[in-house]
Design a protein around this ligand. Structure first.
Ligand code: HEC
Ligand code: HEC
Length: 317
């Protein structure tokens, strides 16, 4: 008969074995050590990661309006799954950023860019144990390496502090990684994203700046529009003495639904754009002879710059 003590001992032993097995399994699954990292801390470039790993995401780098580079980032599937569960990278996790040139042309989707040859591979390997304190390519919890497209066998970075770290400072809080670019890692990563510089509002501003329309002109236009407000709303379908001016540009004169136009306006073949609107406001009674606005607002807008301003303003509505 076994003593209680030895049963207890066996239980402890099997519990210890179990923990070791789990740890071992986890280490095996995700670790780059022994496989891609040798005992001196040299990091090799894996041969088949394009086929075997998960493509976590891509960055398009623009030069002017064109993409000059496409950066594709890969990690082993287990690393991705571990991050999804634990919101951090496990020891031994490896990531590769493949930097390719880009070429573009007009496609059925628009201006589309596709990848060219590899320029550089950047590699990071997670190290929670400070394994290589004397190796200049290890620090801040990571091993850092770089290969150039022309030679898959020659690691070319010499010191992570000068070669890598400076550019990764903005994501220090995300364990030095640009994880918000990889939605496959889970919703959590978006909390690290910078405040987008191109918010919809800003994009509109930018579009205006690009088309040469400035804020001041629009402000002026809004002011001029006060003269129109008594008779025109900017809400679709809401008519006053005059029809709603929502969606005016590109519309045929007399085209707003639910408004009772004069026959003169219905019969005209004017389409509203900057030119026709300018002519209408300059000479309301005669541009479309017999229209109702010519009777109630014959003065129109006399100053050319006021007309331009109100036209620009209406374009944005
Ligand atoms: C010029 C700035 C710059 C330098 C230098 C730089 N990186 Fe990065 N790195 C980035 C940026 C920005 C990203 C993500 C966006 C992108 O690729 O445009 C990134 C992404 C990465 C990624 C993909 C994982 C992640 O963090 O999102 C790896 C791996 C990487 N860098 C490794 C390195 C290594 C290793 C070095 C040094 C040998 C290095 N980088 C040097 C700016 C830099
Ligand atoms: C006192 C009332 C009144 C004022 C003020 C007025 N309008 Fe009008 N407007 C009308 C009426 C009425 C019509 C309909 C004309 C018709 O059916 O013949 C009209 C029609 C129009 C149309 C044609 C719309 C369409 O659907 O085809 C435009 C464009 C227009 N107005 C612009 C303006 C602008 C811009 C201003 C201010 C600078 C302005 N109006 C001020 C009464 C007014």
């Amino acid at each position: 008969m076994k003593s209680l003590r030895s049963i207890g001992g066996q239980l402890l032993l099997s519990a210890a074995l179990l923990v070791a097995a789990i740890q071992g399994a986890q280490a095996d699954i995700v670790s780059a050590y022994g496989k891609y990292v040798d005992d001196k801390g040299n990091i090799a470039l894996p041969e088949n990661f394009l086929l075997e790993w998960v493509h976590m995401g891509s960055w398009a780098v623009l030069e002017g309006e064109k993409a000059s580079g496409l950066h594709n980032v890969y990690a082993p599937r287990d690393v991705v799954e571990y991050y999804q569960k634990n919101h951090e990278f496990p020891d031994g996790a490896m990531m590769i950023k493949e930097v390719r040139g880009a070429r573009g042309s007009t496609h059925t989707t628009g201006e589309a860019f596709w990848a060219q040859d590899v320029a550089v591979w950047f590699i990071m390997v997670k190290d929670t144990q400070n394994r290589f304190p004397d190796n200049a390519l290890w620090g801040e919890g990571w091993g850092w390496a770089m290969y150039e497209g022309k030679d898959r066998t020659k690691q070319v970075a010499s010191d992570y502090k000068s070669d890598c770290l400076g550019c990764h400072v903005p994501v220090q809080d995300a364990d030095w990684t640009y994880v918000y670019g990889y939605p496959v890692l889970g919703d959590e990563v978006s909390k690290f994203a910078p405040k987008a510089e191109v918010t919809p509002a800003k994009a509109e501003e930018k579009a205006m700046a690009d088309s040469g329309i400035d804020e001041a002109v629009l402000k002026q236009g809004e002011k001029v529009f006060r003269r129109c407000k008594a008779c025109h709303s900017l809400e679709a379908g809401k008519h006053r003495t005059g029809p709603s001016l929502a969606g005016l540009f590109g519309r045929k004169a007399g085209g707003a639904e639910g408004y009772k136009y004069s026959q003169a306006m219905l019969d005209s073949d004017v389409v509203w754009n900057a030119e026709t609107l300018d002519a209408h406001l300059l000479d309301v009674p005669n541009f479309i002879p017999g229209n109702k606005m010519g009777k109630v607002f014959p003065a129109g807008v006399k100053k050319a710059e006021d007309r331009k301003a109100v036209i620009e303003f209406l374009k944005t509505q």
